[in-house]
Design a protein around this ligand. Structure first.
Ligand code: GLA
Length: 396
């Protein structure tokens, strides 16, 4: 090779190597919440009665119950952990959490991750210290503790927004507040899931990703009642196009196992959240679950729907009054199909497979029954319990 062509060869080699490095790095970087986050959050069951010992017990139970192995990862401390700030403005924990770093180490030692909670306002929803004007400092503190997830709850920032001259200016203030904390997290260099909580105001699904949100609450708070869960869940119709890997609609945390709903209602809760590609954040006391609750939370087929790698949220495909069919496309070409009966009494429902896009014979698994549907024809008719669901995985 002449020295000229040898030089050209080296230049081409260098260009190829650079192209390879730059094109492969982003793909190799692990994406935060590539599938909807799974874990546990303290608020629904414990509310203000949460402390270090209880969080450790939940982490223990997440492992011993099989939930960790089923895919649950985050142990999230919600509101009421906050103390005051020291002379330098550094946030301190209160007496319920003597050493957050030690707690994070404990949780990490179990192969789990730790989440925390704050507000862009001066106060959190429960009246504790918020992050207003301390965003960078707080993000640094969380990173030093080893925090992996932040739920950032608007609450008293509403007072700040009231000082805006116009609704558009108030809206911009909220966007800026979320962006500010997101930037502060990025600056720490520690990956943290960023969970927006502002109750679905201002069509958050349209701008959640632009302020760095990995998930955003689409609704007001859930409670452990069928009317609350079902109004929230079925009210998600039409939002599917806004979810994608790294960015999820969040219809709030699970109430499964908290005792206020019947098993059929909790199966509706799990099925709908899975079709919605919703975060699965258990909200019960994991240390005292019944075997039925554990089985519901760890049902492999339901979790596989929720965590499907295609990351395509499902939506309502048919309704007739209080009867609804929802469907979700899955990566392997199958579909999750939920037949939901929102009336109080058992009723027949029929699904027509051709109307879901299936041509020719299908295979259908009845997930909660744990059995295949024997010889499904062009349609499948089944009795759906009141407030209940029949959840199918349908494939060619
Ligand atoms: C708000 C949120 C809840 C919970 C409480 C804590 O109500 O929506 O999920 O975080 O605040 O105070």
């Amino acid at each position: 090779m002449s020295s000229f062509s040898y030089r050209r060869f080296l230049v081409v080699l260098a260009i190829c190597a650079t192209a390879l490095i730059t094109s492969s790095s982003p793909a190799q970087a692990p994406k935060i919440s590539a599938t909807p986050p799974m874990g546990w959050n303290s608020w629904n069951h414990f509310a203000r009665k949460i402390d270090d010992a209880t969080v450790r017990a939940q982490a223990d139970a997440m492992v011993s119950s099989g939930m960790r192995d089923a895919g649950y990862v985050y142990i999230n401390i919600d509101d009421t952990w906050e103390g005051t700030r020291d002379a330098q403005g550094v946030i301190q924990t209160n007496e319920k959490f003597p050493n957050m770093k030690a707690l994070a180490d404990y949780v990490h030692g179990k192969g789990l991750k730790l989440g925390i909670y704050s507000s862009p306002g001066a106060k959190t929803c429960a009246g504790f210290e918020g992050s207003l004007n301390h965003e960078e400092q707080d993000a640094q503190t969380y990173a030093a503790w080893g925090i992996d997830y932040l739920k950032y709850d608007l609450c008293s920032f509403g007072q700040v927004m009231k000082t805006a001259a116009t609704p558009a200016a108030a809206h911009q203030m909220m966007l800026d507040a979320y962006t500010k904390m997101h930037d502060a997290i990025v600056k720490t260099g520690r990956p943290m899931v960023f969970s927006l909580c502002q109750y679905g105001n201002d069509a958050v699904w349209r701008w959640g990703p632009s302020v760095g949100g990995n998930l955003w609450r689409t609704t007001d708070d859930i409670s452990d009642r069928y009317y609350s869960m079902s109004n929230i869940g079925f009210g998600q119709a039409g939002l599917s196009k806004y979810a994608a890997p790294g960015h999820w609609n969040d219809p709030d945390m699970l109430e499964v196992g908290n005792g206020g709903m019947k098993p059929d209602e909790y199966r509706t809760h799990m099925s709908l959240w899975a079709i919605l590609a919703a975060p699965l954040l258990a909200g019960n006391d994991l240390s005292s679950m019944t075997p039925e609750t554990t089985a519901m939370l760890t049902n492999k087929d339901v979790i596989a729907i929720d965590q499907d790698p295609l990351g395509k949220q499902g939506d309502r495909v048919w309704s007739e009054g209080s009867l609804e069919i929802w469907a979700r496309d899955l990566k392997d070409g199958a579909k999750a199909v939920g037949l939901f009966n929102r009336t109080g009494a058992a009723l027949d429902m029929t699904v027509d497979f051709a109307s879901l896009g299936f041509k020719g014979p299908v295979h259908a698994r009845n997930i909660w029954a744990g059995a295949d549907v024997p010889n499904p024809g062009a349609t499948f008719t089944t009795i759906v319990p009141g407030h209940g669901v029949v959840l199918l995985r349908v494939s060619k």
